[in-house]
Design a binder for this molecule. Structure first.
Ligand SMILES: Cc1ncc(COP(=O)(O)O)c(C=O)c1O
Length: 356
């Protein structure tokens, strides 16, 4: 028996397999620090959990509209207007099973066989695999540490071809943490306009910014052209410690949103109804609570890493170096554990460190 050719192209999700391996090791009683999945190191706040329980008790357990309830799509549209200066009708929003699912839907909706997708590296590992699954060709554009791992216009120009259809932007970035400025986004938008390509803007780390002087700007908000060619993706997973709930969303031109809704309706139908009900509370109240409490914990860990880097306990002045080095000093991790009780570190894919 032969499997479909597309399966030969894709690799397994190393992030998920490492996470599973870490769990297996923990279950055996080993004390493990993993560097794999982007998993908040705290639980979903209780009042969110309570509203999910209420949704179940109220019988909100049936199919909903494939692209999400009108109520939730309205809430997302309000959020995008308030936080990002982006104006979409609820019908331009598709709620999917996490940001990952939204991204996969977009590639399926846009790519024909052989279409190329520009992916600046370092990148989140799923992008190329999703592109392959949709019949496309990932074209990796290597960025430089001296440019803060930000893709430069000349690097894009060197990579673009007749077949290029999409550029993927991820700001704030996983894994480097870099954030594009308005001027940098403007040059990417101008590049996309010049070559008439789509922009996928993955903004799932929008709220995980700790330092003064940095702000998240959505490339779609720059001008009308950028708005029309951008598909904006975000999720509740990271910001609200809701990775397991599987709620992400995308916003784009109406015609494309309709096509994506159609794809989703045949592949998964609606995202989990209970999680959708809960997310109607993802507005101001939730944001305020999280900013005061849980998100600070991310900040604490980030400051801690910065301190270690300043002390020269790792070799580079970039947190990303932690992913690249083959040996974070044992004392670094021991301190991470003893001083802030770190159980997991989310900056890098591909590592497990055992506290034996
Ligand atoms: C850059 C990036 N985009 C998207 C996702 C997917 O998030 P979700 O859990 O909502 O599918 C992740 C998760 O690790 C990510 O790091």
């Amino acid at each position: 028996m032969q499997f479909a050719k597309r399966t030969a192209l894709i690799k397994d999700s190393s992030t998920l397999s490492i996470t599973a391996k870490a769990k297996e090791m923990r279950d055996k009683g080993l004390d493990v620090v993993t560097f794999a999945g982007g998993e908040p190191d705290f639980n979903t706040p209780d009042y969110i959990n309570e509203s999910a329980i209420a949704a179940i008790r109220d019988g909100f357990t049936k199919y909903t509209a494939a692209a999400g309830t009108p109520e939730l799509r309205r809430a997302v549209a309000d959020k995008l207007a308030r936080d990002n200066g982006l104006h979409y009708k609820p019908s331009q929003i598709v709620v999917g099973n996490g940001g990952k699912h939204c991204l996969a839907n977009i590639f399926l909706a846009l790519l024909n066989d052989g279409d190329e997708v520009l992916i600046p590296a370092p990148y989140w590992l799923s992008y190329p695999q999703m592109v392959y699954l949709a019949g496309g060709e990932p074209v990796i554009v290597y960025t430089k540490a001296e440019n803060g791992f930000k893709v430069q216009p000349e690097e894009l120009e060197a990579a673009v071809t007749e077949k290029t259809k999409i550029i993927v932007l991820n700001s704030p970035s996983n894994p480097t943490g870099m954030i594009y400025t308005r001027a940098e986004l403007e040059s990417v938008a101008a590049f996309a306009k010049k070559h008439n390509i789509y922009i996928i803007s993955d903004e799932v780390y929008e709220k995980l910014i700790y330092d003064e002087g940095f702000a998240h700007i959505s490339i779609a908000s720059l001008n009308e052209d950028a708005y029309n060619r951008t598909i904006m993706v975000n999720a509740l997973s990271k910001t609200y410690a809701m990775t397991g709930w599987r709620i992400g969303y995308l916003a784009c031109a109406q015609e494309l949103a309709d096509v994506i809704t159609n794809i989703q309706s045949h592949m998964t139908s609606n995202p989990n109804s209970i999680a959708q009900k809960v997310n109607k509370r993802g507005g101001k109240e939730m944001r305020e609570i999280l900013f005061k409490s849980e998100l600070n914990k991310f900040g604490t860990f980030k400051d801690f890493l910065a301190e270690l880097l300043a002390e020269g306990e790792v070799d580079s002045n970039e947190v990303y170096a932690l992913a690249e080095e083959q040996g974070i000093p044992r004392r670094t991790l021991e301190r991470a554990k003893s001083e802030i009780g770190a159980r997991s570190v989310q900056r890098a894919d591909g590592w497990i460190w055992t506290m034996d």
